[in-house]
Design a protein around this ligand. Structure first.
Ligand SMILES: *Cc1c(COP(=O)(O)O)cnc(C)c1O
Length: 396
């Protein structure tokens, strides 16, 4: 059995999306910037996709700019806004300690190269940022506040509307990395007071290598990719025509089934969480409960074992899961997100993330609940860490 439980790392392109994209590779292939009528079809397709993305967010089409990825949208928002802010003497960035590396590494770069001053806000044990902490961190040098919509590792959903209202009142540009949020939640950029928002198609059953940045009217970060006059002169390079068409289609389909997906995912999520807590002793759920958690996220720590080892054992049983984020799977450092939630290193090392989605079935949940307890028990039986833990709590 192939059980894909890593929908947060990426999703398959849905058949409807693929069908919509196919004509734009070799049939309708004209350069959208050319003047002849053949190219008008390509331009039209991009403008249709722009409307699909704008409608999904309650934005205007003039506020959507396609990029090469969610990472690029994050880089553009942060670098472009800080560069703009520096002209007015502002070089302070407020962000959180649980952001994706697309934000954190960009902040490190801005500190090193631009001398930016960075505040990394803490989170509580459920992974939630406090609006008061944002308020207290603001100074007259603050150029941008960037808080992710929903966390990719533990699924915690942040109080975006409230942070947005605060930033609006203080006239500070507010950016949110909504790569995960947009894939699962209803987002209304107007009602939520959002100035800039990053998205990515491959997290929502669209193709890899295409994203977008929402820039509210009046937001003018410096350009990030320089060259031709595409995207109204604000993001150069020949458009990823088929990719953009796929993104628009994927987002429209996602919006159409959002409530249905939310209901089925959250019921499977809760069944999996309850099943693990029931069958595996000393299992700890990481992140928030209920409405403050992404409907598809399950993240556990199993004291006494290494998450990496469990991943390999699961893989041998046909199950694809993750420890923390796929981007940190190359390094053996524990997840920065789990550490920010206050987990000890040994708990952070024993973590597993399961993210469900359209490929998930009820049988997959049953199968995982059948094999995971055995795997954890077998590894714990061989683990000196587990022995030490049992002694520490007086059970041995
Ligand atoms: C996947 C992801 C990104 C990066 O998006 P890409 O399109 O893969 O570059 C950024 N932020 C979050 C929260 C993500 O989950």
């Amino acid at each position: 059995m192939f059980v894909y439980m890593d929908h947060t790392a990426t999703t398959p392109v849905s058949p409807e999306v693929l069908n919509a994209m196919i004509p734009y590779f070799s049939d309708v292939f004209g350069n959208p910037s050319s003047v002849y009528s053949f190219s008008r079809k390509s331009r039209g397709a991009i403008e249709k996709a722009r409307k699909q993305v704008a409608d999904a967010l309650n934005a205007d089409t003039s506020e959507i700019f396609f990029t090469g990825s969610g990472t690029e949208a994050d880089n553009w928002a942060l670098k472009g806004t800080l560069e703009k802010g520096k002209i007015a003497g502002k070089n302070h960035i407020i962000t959180t300690s649980i952001e994706h590396h697309a934000i954190l590494h960009t902040c490190e770069y801005l500190k090193k190269v631009e001398g930016a001053d960075i505040t990394y806000l803490p989170v509580n044990s459920e992974g939630m940022v406090s609006v008061d902490d944002v308020r207290n961190a603001i100074t007259d040098k603050t150029a941008i506040v960037s808080v992710m919509f929903a966390n990719n590792e533990v699924g915690t959903i942040q109080p975006i509307k409230e942070i947005g209202a605060l930033c609006r009142e203080r006239k500070i540009p507010f950016h949110t990395d909504a790569v995960q949020g947009a894939a699962h939640l209803d987002i209304d950029v107007k009602a939520m007071n959002i100035d800039m928002l990053s998205m990515s198609a491959h997290k929502m059953y669209g193709p890899k290598g295409v994203g977008a940045l929402y820039l509210r009217k009046g937001m003018r970060p410096e350009n990030f990719i320089h060259g031709g006059a595409q995207e109204k002169g604000r993001r150069a390079s020949t458009e990823n025509l088929a990719g953009i068409v796929g993104f628009g289609e994927a987002f429209e389909i996602l919006k159409g089934r959002l409530n249905e997906d939310k209901a089925i995912n959250s019921s499977r999520r809760d069944r999996l969480i309850a099943g693990i807590l029931e069958r595996i002793p000393h299992a700890k759920l990481n992140g928030a409960t209920g409405d403050n958690r992404l409907p598809n996220n399950i993240n556990f720590s199993f004291i006494g074992v290494e998450g990496e080892t469990l991943l390999l054992d699961l893989d041998a049983k046909g199950i694809s899961a993750s420890t923390g984020s796929a981007c940190s799977s190359e390094s053996l450092d524990p997840s920065h997100v789990l550490l920010a939630l206050g987990l000890k290193h040994e708990m952070a090392h024993g973590s597993l993330r399961f993210t469900i989605g359209r490929l998930t079935t009820d049988e997959h949940i049953d199968y995982l609940l059948e094999v995971l307890p055995e795997i954890v028990a077998r590894r714990r039986a061989m683990s000196p860490l587990w022995e030490d833990y049992l002694k520490s709590i007086g059970e041995k």
